[in-house]
Design a protein around this ligand. Structure first.
Ligand code: ADP
Ligand code: ZN
Length: 219
């Protein structure tokens, strides 16, 4: 399966992708994680990416597409993948079409107010990118309890430090939402016209969402 997980920043798509991927035996390809790895490594690409990421802006298409193409052409992505955070612009989608055909776009829908609260609660592993969350959200029937590592501040997967992302502050979160509506929402329309989109309401934490997502994919 060649899947795109789509949704506003903070909709949970990265968390879902990291859990659904292993169940379907396909890799999660996250351009955000790739950029953060470059930033952590202090590479030229990392320095360039950081200058956009810190303001919640998109890294220019040319740079993003080049990095993405190198990743998607690796052996493990031959039989399928979950794209998380790519494509984000129509240009990126068009470039993707020159490489491969997408089977399904899952669009995660969630209230902006909840997104902001969740994004502020998000914590990530500095080393492997595993996502945690300290926010405890209750709204009517929706309950998203915190997702904490077993040991405070330490990643369950690799033992490295769990930190808050530099771009997970209120101002940048709002900027990322605005940029999403300006630049990425038109892409959704583009995919809808190709009949590739299934909408999924975010109704709970990953334990609840993952089975729903898998069912949606298998339908
Ligand atoms: P979020 O979905 O929470 O915004 P991501 O980890 O997907 O977080 O992305 C973090 C940042 O990395 C983005 O704000 C942007 O600066 C950059 N980025 C990630 N993917 C792309 C992409 N496909 N095109 C351009 N910039 C990207
Ligand atoms: Zn880790």
């Amino acid at each position: 399966m060649k899947l795109v997980f789509f949704g506003p920043p903070g909709s949970g798509k990265g968390t879902y992708a990291s859990r659904v991927g292993p169940k379907l035996d396909i890799p999660q390809i996250s351009t955000g994680d790739m950029f953060r790895a470059e930033v952590a490594a202090g590479s030229e690409l990392g320095k360039l990416a950081e200058s956009y990421m810190k303001d919640g802006k998109l890294v220019p298409d040319e740079v993003t597409i080049k990095m993405f193409k190198e990743r998607i052409n690796r052996e493990d992505a031959k039989n399928g993948f979950i794209l998380d955070g790519f494509p984000r612009t129509i240009e990126q989608a068009k470039q993707l079409e020159t490489i491969t055909e997408i089977d399904l776009v899952i669009n995660f829908k969630i209230d902006e107010e909840i997104i902001v609260e969740k994004a502020l609660g998000r914590r990530v592993c500095k080393n492997c990118g595993q996502i945690y969350n300290v926010a405890d959200i209750k709204r009517g029937d929706l309950h998203m309890p915190p997702l904490l590592p077993k040991e405070e501040g330490k990643c369950d997967k690799c033992g490295s430090e769990v930190v808050q992302r530099q771009d997970d502050n209120e101002a940048t979160i709002k900027d990322r939402q605005n940029i999403y509506w300006q630049q990425s929402e038109p892409l959704l329309k583009y995919y809808r016209e190709k009949n590739l989109v299934k909408d999924l309401d975010v109704v709970g934490p990953p334990d609840i969402m993952v089975p729903i997502i898998i069912e949606t994919i298998k339908k």
